[in-house]
Design a protein. Structure first.
Lengths: 292, 258
């Protein structure tokens, strides 16, 4: 389905990065942000005070034991959850979604059941400017082609007019990814977007995502359980502790791009994986020290 | 009804025929007086013979029903939307609503007559006041129980409250709405006839009252048949619309049996 077109994309890209990199503005900034769900007796501290800065155009992977608050961080950034304490600034503003185009792939691919897959995927175009004002005019032509092209890219050709219940979990997840991409967001928040997929489909989609990131340079925050995935895609990996989570380790991944699947079997890459693995094993057994 | 398969349809039709045949035979065998229970054949004969006398009353009843129904729907949707959108309003208004809806509606007819005299107005109002509760309750429930995950999809895109209501709340509430429409249209019908029976000189309800005081029992039953037929027709009409609009909720062709 996909293949990498390394040279062109890489070169072109390298130039832009060189020009922009030194003064890349901060896209996401969490300053001592914590989240506690509920109050009083039933309070669940989901995220300890977390400080995290992500420059514009960076690809960050967030890994950690399940229930440690990874999804909560994404919800903070997208503005779906307010921090209980601390500050979250996205695109220079406190209300994220209004500040810039965000594409979010939720952990559970929630498709609206009354819409076909195609309509679901076009939803961001219906809501977000500048597409919104042209939606009526273009929804049967340009926008629809766009949706179909994306669907074809993730291997869902021919499923556009099906309803969500007619698709399998893995297919829904791919549709979910399309919905996060269609409006060419400047920021992508992807919550375990490949979790329900088989190894080969997953690797294909990694390459598509890498390609996309290299051409458009959106800021990406990717939550994943898969350390190979994190190493393959991200330029920076943050490891979180058990609930209430905080960031234990934050390191650059400097392998050259475009990265290849073969590369993930090389010694350097395996060593990185092992190092991360250790962190997570420790994080699971010894919960966070800082009290929320 | 739309998606019943042929066999089921045949069974339903057969059962109806059987019912009338049984009734006819019962009257013949027991030699029942037609002052008590006329035979269906007599009823149908009366119905055909007096159809043109009944016709304006049928129209009257249908009109008051539909007027009351439409007003009830408008009022019900607006009120239901207001109550359903806000959690506070939902928790506050619900008990009051349940209280109102459990008042026996026969009891409100005299009040309407007192205020508006007899005739069309109290019939419309009775229809309205009976049919609007199921709509309010269903719309409010539908909106209030909308899965937050579905709303989050739009919120993450920076959608306004109105966007969310329009794209998530309302479509998600449609199955509830149509289920309530089917009930509401029957209720409106009951309300209109009820009011006609008590306080009107027009409409099927009034025809039946007059006929019964003249001991024209076949005509009373003819009125009953007309009511049954209209009731079923209205119900079927709304089931058909429902099947088209909210097919997604029943996973397409599964069933629309009720
Ligand atoms: N709406 C909520 N109400 C209460 N607790 C919640 C809510 N959402 C998440 N949590 C809790 O917060 C913790 C972190 O959740 P989450 O961010 O989803 O973890 P994960 O890292 O697996 O994505 C979990 O222990 C979860 O039980
Ligand atoms: Mg999660």
């Amino acid at each position: 389905m996909t293949r990498m077109q390394p040279n062109a994309a890489f070169r072109q890209d390298g130039d832009t990065v060189a020009a922009v990199a030194p003064a890349a503005p901060i896209a996401i900034e969490l300053s001592k942000a914590s989240v506690t769900f509920g109050r009083g007796e039933k309070a669940v501290p989901a995220l300890s005070e977390t400080t995290l800065r992500i420059p514009d155009g960076e690809f960050v992977a967030l890994v950690g034991p399940s229930g440690c608050g990874k999804s909560t961080i994404l919800r903070l950034v997208s503005g779906l959850v307010r921090p209980t304490s601390g500050v979250v600034i996205v695109g220079g503003r406190e209300v994220a979604a209004k500040a810039l185009r965000i594409g979010m792939a939720f952990q559970n691919p929630t498709m609206l059941p009354w819409m076909t897959i195609e309509q679901n995927i076009m939803l961001p175009l219906k809501i977000v400017e500048p597409f919104r004002s042209q939606f009526r005019k273009l929804k049967r032509t340009v926008f629809r082609d766009k949706a179909h092209a994306l669907l074809e890219q993730v291997g869902l050709k021919g499923f556009a007019s099906r309803y969500p219940w007619q698709l399998s979990g893995g297919m829904l997840q791919r549709a979910n990814l399309c919905r996060a991409l269609i409006h060419e967001p400047r920021m992508m928040l992807l919550d375990e977007p490949f979790g329900a997929l088989d190894q080969f489909t997953r690797e294909e989609l990694w390459s598509i995502l890498q390609q996309l990131w290299m051409t458009h340079k959106p800021t990406v925050l990717l939550v994943t359980h898969d350390l190979r995935e994190a190493g393959f895609l991200a330029s920076r990996i943050c490891v979180m502790s058990a609930r209430p989570g905080r960031i234990l380790d934050d390191s650059e991944v400097s392998f050259a791009r475009p990265r290849t699947i073969e590369m993930t079997f090389e010694p350097d890459f395996v060593a990185l994986n092992q190092r991360l693995r250790e962190f997570i094993v420790n994080a699971r057994t010894a919960p966070a020290v800082g009290k929320a | 009804m739309p998606f019943l398969d042929i066999r089921q349809k045949a069974w339903s039709a057969g059962l109806i025929v059987l019912f009338f045949v049984g009734w006819e035979l019962f009257c013949l065998v027991t030699g029942m007086s037609d002052l008590i229970l006329p035979r269906p054949s007599q009823v149908f004969a009366t119905l055909f013979a007096k159809f043109w006398i009944l016709w304006p009353h049928i129209i009257q009843t249908l009109l008051t029903t539909m007027l009351g129904f439409v007003l009830g729907v408008v009022l019900g949707v607006v009120l239901g939307a207001i109550i359903g959108v806000s959690k506070v309003a939902y928790d506050t208004c619900y008990p009051l609503l349940v209280g109102f809806s459990s008042i026996p509606k026969v009891a409100v007819v005299p009040i309407f007559v007192l205020w508006f005299g007899s005739g069309t107005v109290p019939a419309v109002l009775t229809a309205l006041s009976i049919c609007f509760f199921p709509i309010v309750v269903n719309i409010a429930t539908g909106l209030a129980t909308t899965e937050p995950e579905l709303e989050d999809v739009l919120k993450a895109l920076g959608a306004s409250k109105l966007d969310i209501l329009w794209n998530v709340g309302l479509p998600r509430t449609m199955p509830f709405f149509f289920a309530s429409l089917k009930v509401a249209v029957s209720y409106a019908f009951v309300g209109a006839v009820l009011s006609e029976t008590v306080a009107s000189n027009r409409g099927i309800g009034n025809v039946m009252m007059t006929a019964s005081s003249n001991f024209d029992v076949p005509l009373v039953f003819a009125g009953l048949f007309v009511l049954a037929f209209l009731g079923v027709a209205l119900y079927v009409a709304f089931s058909l619309i429902e099947g088209r609009v909210t097919g997604w909720a029943t996973r397409k062709n599964d069933l629309v049996t009720t």
